[in-house]
Ligand binder design. Structure first.
Ligand code: 9Z3
Length: 329
């Protein structure tokens, strides 16, 4: 079993400058499964280009930063993938095709209703005496509806599941994936909900084998990850609608940091969310506007999901973007 070293990223600062992205990609090995990732994505994008569909590239879940080349321990970023998986369902309902680039074993669209609920997965079924398995009658209607939506998305080739685990794997796939989607020009949306580490250990500086505890405490020095939004907005996907997320724990920082990201990278939308209230309220910020989306008490009592408020707003913004090259009508 892996141990997770819980290291607050903010206290780790190597004091050196940030390397450029080109240098990062030269210093790190691409993942072995990158060609397979590209092949699947190429086919998906060509299919939807021909049918003129809108496609959203969703990133979901947290990246890991390995501490050893033969990894026993790693630093993880907070995110179980709920935001990305839930959003994927609302985008599919709005007619989008979805590329779901997620952390391996994190929450998946549709599956989530059964894999991450109050019940264990097997509690939804009963074993019959004739050797068959049945869904317990009280869960059947909802499971049927969910299954129909999921199968419809698969049958119409509107969902592509791709995964990552480590930070370098994420970054190589983000670069390659956004460049492939760029062929769809303004009909592509990039919805960057994954929680991505700001710090990493270059493989040349990493221990090969499991770090031993015989030497006492462990001091880590991490390099800063180059800001990937910069090349993404300027080069990899410059014609698409780019939506990034900003996660904060200090309320006073949320809007200023989200605005700072918009100004710095020049993309279209930042969705600000607070760690504790991310499921009830978000702030949607564009170059010219700022809107708080919040669930009412009644909506919360009826299990309405905040993504059901977020996605229609983004669909409208994307519509404007396609029509006029601006986020406003
Ligand atoms: C988010 O802010 C996501 O909404 C959450 C979702 C990670 C909070 P869960 O998957 O959580 O439902 O458990 N994602 C972006 C986090 C991030 O790393 N943002 C960077 C930053 O804040 C910018 S890209 O600097």
């Amino acid at each position: 079993m892996s141990e997770v070293a819980v290291v607050p990223e903010t206290i780790l600062d190597n004091g050196q400058g940030v390397i450029d992205f080109d240098v990062y990609f030269e210093m790190n090995e691409p993942p072995a499964n990158l060609p397979e990732f590209e092949e699947k994505l190429n086919a998906f994008v060509e299919y939807h280009k021909a049918t003129n569909n809108k496609v959203v590239f969703i990133t979901s879940g947290g990246t890991t930063v390995p501490l050893e080349n033969q990894t026993v321990r790693f630093i993880d970023n907070f995110s179980n993938g709920n935001r990305g998986a839930t959003s994927a369902e609302y985008f599919l309902e709005a007619g989008y095709a979805v590329v779901f680039m997620h952390r391996q074993n994190s929450i998946l669209p549709y599956h989530r209703h059964y894999t991450h609920s109050n019940l264990g997965f097997l509690d939804y079924f009963e074993a019959k005496e004739d050797g068959s398995v049945q869904v317990c009658p009280q869960y059947e209607t909802k499971m049927y509806q969910t299954l129909v939506k999921y199968q419809e998305a698969k049958k119409s080739n509107r969902i592509l599941m791709l995964d990552f685990i480590t930070l370098p794997e994420y970054l190589f796939k983000l670069q390659s994936g956004t460049k492939i989607l760029a062929r769809l020009e303004n009909r592509a949306m990039y919805y960057l909900a994954a929680a991505v580490s700001d710090f990493f250990i270059p493989s040349t500086k990493m221990a090969e084998h499991k770090i031993q505890s015989r030497d006492g405490g462990l001091t880590l020095t991490l390099d800063q990850v180059p800001k990937f939004l910069k090349p993404l907005v300027s080069h990899w996907a410059s014609k698409g609608l780019i939506v990034s997320f900003k996660l904060e724990t200090d309320t006073t920082l949320l809007v200023p940091k989200a605005r700072q990201a918009l100004t710095r990278y020049g993309h279209q939308v930042v969705i600000g969310n607070m760690l504790k209230t991310r499921k009830q309220t978000v702030t949607l910020i564009t170059q010219h506007s700022q809107k708080v989306l919040a669930l009412t008490k009644e909506q919360m009592d009826h299990d309405v999901e905040i993504e059901s408020l977020i996605i229609p707003q983004l669909v409208q913004i994307h519509q404007n973007w396609i029509a006029s090259g601006d986020t406003d009508e």
